[in-house]
Write a protein that binds this ligand. Structure first.
Ligand code: ADP
Length: 496
């Protein structure tokens, strides 16, 4: 198949979260499986800096932005070590900024304009590059207008009649919701501004647009696909999603084990496999403790957390638990995260209070993420909701036992410890169901007990986790099934 992907981030060019991991690795896996994949990204300052061998395609065209002509210029590069061509849509006024979506003052005020421009430029670039594609695959709200352009025939490019569209929801909470008066920026007729298509309580909703117009919708785990059709987790779009339930699939993301595997990770103190994990982890734990200025002790349980400092990730439970434990429980915490100031301040104050127990790094750092994966014993991920989650998948491979809230992709990827699952060698972590402090505390205490008093059982848990295979090969095959289904649905409706 020939697939064009459009996304607002992809490693190694631009990353704020798991979306970038997915969009930088899925195309490579698809191309290894014999498909041809093209990736479209905004030409952010960071992308232009990190891309090797950027080539000018000499293709430029004007995009109308509500009467304002803006030039799109197409640059070309590749995903590293692959044949996947990456097209960067260059318009310095929109994308030559240090951050992707926001700065210290909050979200950029022109985000609607920036990503409407990007979406219009992508559909025209596919036409001008003469790409013969079977699928246009869009990721998250930033590309939600593309399925609408495709479906309603905006400019009526010929590739529309050969391709079906797929929209992937990585996180339903981020919808790209802007005031209705921004509608002219989309260049779409006001007739589509209705409650079934683009309008959401008087506002323009870019993700809803993608859901309404795509031939097929995927999200990043089967459990999340079910949850988002419920009023409690549907972020106001559960009705739209229920109406499309026969076009909605949940496919768990894969892991790029060329980057996330302790057998060849260049960032960690000692490499290890499931044969010698005890030796390797001891060295990595020591290295982590020493570089974080924590007392170097092999016996103390070391709990790691890596993630955005956002309410979704469960900081509203973690911080009260740390405050409750910090003077009484002999455990160490290592935390890497950036985001909301209220959580950053609370974490800093805990680290100041007990520097012997709490180490915090408030930054985005790949290096530290790898060191923490390898150096901690337990990894806490009490997300309030979690579409898929990649960190717990990395942890499994690094033998850092995940302790998670039973939600979304965490249900689908972590097998909780019970007497039976442990005996059968199936257990890979711990999970709790009630989203409250007591449930988290009980679950983490149970995990620490097993770690401290039952080394043989613990070892079984680590082995089971390290043996799991969450590589992209399986997920990419399922994605191809989704592509085929999208084409069937479009054909039934007479559009292919
Ligand atoms: P989300 O996409 O919701 O942020 P995921 O678990 O799916 O959560 O993916 C998060 C990705 O971002 C992982 O690769 C994780 O290692 C990385 N990450 C998050 N915060 C940081 C940070 N402060 N420093 C380095 N990497 C981070």
């Amino acid at each position: 198949m020939h697939i064009a992907m459009a996304a607002s981030e992809a490693i190694p060019f631009a990353k704020t979260g798991g979306l970038a991991d997915v969009c930088g690795t899925l195309p490579i896996q698809l191309s290894r499986n014999g498909h041809t994949c093209y990736l479209f990204l905004p030409a952010y300052a960071s992308a232009k800096r990190s891309a090797r061998n950027i080539v000018d395609t000499h293709i430029s065209f004007v995009v109308d932005m509500a009467g304002k002509p803006m030039t799109a210029h197409i640059l070309k590069t590749h995903l590293p070590d692959s044949s996947v061509e990456v097209f960067l849509i260059d318009q310095p006024l929109y994308f030559d900024r240090e951050s992707l979506y926001s700065d210290a003052n909050g979200d950029y005020r022109d985000n609607c304009e920036r990503f409407a421009f990007f979406s219009k430029a992508v559909v025209e670039a596919i036409h001008r590059l003469h790409l013969n594609i079977d699928i246009i695959h869009c990721h998250d709200w930033q590309t939600g207008l593309i399925p609408a352009y495709h479906r309603v025939g905006f400019h009526d490019f010929s590739w529309y009649r050969q391709a079906a569209s797929v929209m992937t929801i990585h996180n339903l909470a981020y919808q790209g919701r802007f005031w209705g008066a921004d509608m002219p920026l989309t260049s779409l007729d006001w007739q589509y501004f209705n409650w079934q298509q683009m309008e959401f309580y008087g506002d323009l909703n870019m993700l809803k647009t993608g859901i309404a117009f795509a031939d097929l919708i995927t999200t990043v785990s089967p459990s999340y696909a079910r949850e988002i059709q419920q009023p409690s987790d549907g972020c106001g779009l559960d009705g739209v999603l229920r109406a499309k339930s026969n076009r909605l699939m949940g496919i768990v993301n894969g892991v790029d084990y060329s980057v996330w595997d302790p057998t060849h990770d260049p960032h960690i103190a000692q490499r290890y496999s499931n044969e010698d994990w005890q030796l390797g982890k001891r060295a990595c734990k020591q290295d982590l403790q020493s570089s974080m200025q924590l007392p170097i002790r092999a016996d103390v349980p070391l709990i790691g957390l890596v993630g955005r400092l956002a309410e979704q990730k469960g900081w509203g439970l973690v911080i009260p638990l740390m405050e409750r434990w910090v003077d009484h429980r002999d455990v160490q915490w290592v935390i890497l995260g950036n985001g909301e100031a209220r959580y950053a301040q609370a974490l800093e104050s805990l680290a100041r209070k007990r520097p012997d127990r709490v180490a915090v790094r408030l930054e985005f750092s790949d290096l530290w993420a790898h060191k923490i994966e390898a150096g901690c014993d337990l990894f806490l991920m009490p997300s309030r909701y979690e579409p898929c989650g990649l960190n717990q998948l990395y942890r499994l491979r690094y033998g850092s036992v995940p302790v998670v809230h039973a939600t979304g992709g965490l249900i689908d990827t972590v097998c909780p410890t019970t007497d039976v699952s442990l005996r059968e060698g199936l257990a890979t972590g711990f999970s709790f169901t009630g989203y409250d402090l007591e449930s988290l505390e009980n679950c983490l205490s149970k995990a620490i007990d097993l770690y401290s008093h039952s080394p043989n059982e613990w070892s079984k848990l680590v082995h089971a986790g390290m043996n799991q295979d969450w590589s992209w090969s399986r997920s990419a095959d399922m994605m191809v099934v989704a592509y085929q289904r999208a084409r069937e649905l479009a054909a039934i409706e007479g559009r292919l």
